[in-house]
Every structure is written in C-alpha cells, then in structure tokens.
Design a protein around this ligand. Structure first.
Ligand code: SF4
Ligand code: SF4
Length: 241
C-alpha cells in the first residue's frame, strides 16, 4: 500500500481525525439516505461517503445540567461547535489535497425555528455510520459518551469503507429522560431505524419550554435530556442504581 493509500485507509483517516481533537469518527454509505429522504439527492449523487465526526461535551459541565440549563452549558456548546468546525475544515482540506472532493457541513444548530428542524441531520449520518442509536429523547446516543456529544459531517468521494447503520435502540427499559423532561415532550417510544421524529418527541412542547428558559438565561437552551441519560453519565448511573 502506498503512503497516500495508507493515509486514506479507514485507519489512516480515523487516526488523522482523532489527532485533530475528535472523540469519535464513523463513515456512512450515503446511498442509505435515499431510503429516508430525497432532500439530499444532489449531494448523494456526488459524494458516496459521509464522515461523521463527534466531539464530546464536558462531563463536569453536563453533570450540572441535570436539574436545568446553565449559562456555562450554552458557552461550552458553542465552543464545541467551533471545535467541530475547525476539525471538519482540516478534514476537508486533507481530502481535497489528496485529489478527492469534500463538502463540509458545520456542526448543527437550529436555524429554522418555524419548522423546528436543524439545518442538517448530523445524527442521521452518525446512525448510518453505526456510531449510535436515537434515544427516546430523539438525541443520538453513543455507548461511550451517551448524548454528551456534538457532530459535524464531511461528505466525500474518497474510497473509504463505510460502517453498518444502527437499526435498533439500546435504551432498554430506561425512561430517565422521559421522566426528567420538564415539558413532557419525550413520548417514551423506543426508536428503530426509519421511525418518524414526531413519534418520539414533541418538538413544539420542547421549544415552548426553551422560550421559558430564554427569559431566565437569555438563550434557547435546556440540555436536561442530555445531562440525565445514564449512557455517558457515571453520576446518573450511580443515582439510579
Ligand atoms: S431539551 Fe429540555 S424540554 Fe426539550 S426535550 Fe430535552 S429535557 Fe425536554
Ligand atoms: S435517558 Fe434512557 S431512555 Fe432516554 S435516551 Fe438515555 S438511555 Fe434512552
């Protein structure tokens, strides 16, 4: 294998991305996206692969969000998004410098509050990469960090081997986020691949509650469902044992 092939092998790419500060990396076959939406067909036709890049949130901060949002979380969330944007920029540059196409999608934030949709479903790419599943909370849950992680995506035509999509939930009988949500927005349904978001969670009820927090903190943040999930939280596991 040449040096360039070695660098672009899955192991080479993963090592490079982790060295830039990522906590987790996966690769999705973009052909799977067609099964769920036609919205990204133009991207899929050019880019057969999508790199899912995650950076974990600080446990020290997330453990404080269990009882309600704090300003520190909002600041940290923005910082982690910036870190992801820097990493994904380096990854895109790395790929293009090797002669491949790359399209970088920055870490998501809700831009369209009318439809209450994020700009790009990074968590769908993470699921299709096999990095985790969608929890009852509609958050992407990874085994190592639970929902305490943020994602960015880099589409590419580099010949990288893709992972297998996650198809079922590993929430088990857990209902911790359902009980903790102050807006009763989490319906308690267990996710499986293809299920619609509205079956899991009431985005409008959540948003209404975020407006309530905005009056207190000046920002649309909550994070309780991120903080309380036993996956990724040693503190919560201790509390429910
Ligand atoms: S962000 Fe807060 S209000 Fe929204 S679903 Fe999570 S716990 Fe409920
Ligand atoms: S708190 Fe429990 S039910 Fe909610 S996402 Fe985490 S594991 Fe799943």
């Amino acid at each position: 294998m040449s040096d360039i092939q070695q660098e672009l092998s899955n192991h080479g790419m993963e090592t490079f991305i982790l060295e830039q500060g990522a906590s987790i990396v996966g690769v999705a076959d973009t052909a799977y996206i067609k099964n769920y939406t036609s919205e990204y067909n133009d991207i899929i036709s050019i880019y057969p692969r999508a790199l899912s890049i995650g950076v974990r949130l600080s446990d020290q901060i997330m453990d404080k969000v269990i009882n309600g949002p704090i300003k520190e979380y909002e600041v940290h969330y923005t910082e982690v998004n910036k870190q992801l944007d820097n990493i994904s920029e380096k990854v895109a540059t790395f790929l293009t410098s090797h002669g491949y196409k790359a399209l970088r999608i920055p870490a998501s934030f809700i831009e369209d509050y009318h439809s209450l949709q994020g700009r790009f479903p990074h968590k769908a790419i993470a699921v299709l990469s096999g990095l985790g599943w969608i929890g009852r909370s509609d958050l992407l849950i990874t085994k190592d960090f639970g929902p305490r992680i943020r994602f960015a995506t880099v589409f590419t035509n580099a010949p990288i081997e893709a992972g297998q999509p996650t198809r079922t939930s590993e929430c088990g009988e857990c209902q911790v986020c359902v009980k903790a949500c102050p807006a009763n927005a989490i319906k308690g349904t267990k996710w499986s691949l293809g299920i619609k978001r509205k079956e899991l969670y009431d985005a409008k009820a959540c948003y209404k509650h975020l407006l309530h927090y905005k009056k207190q903190l000046g920002d649309l943040i909550c994070g309780i469902c991120v903080g309380v999930c036993p996956y990724g939280s040693v503190k919560i596991i201790r509390m429910i044992e």
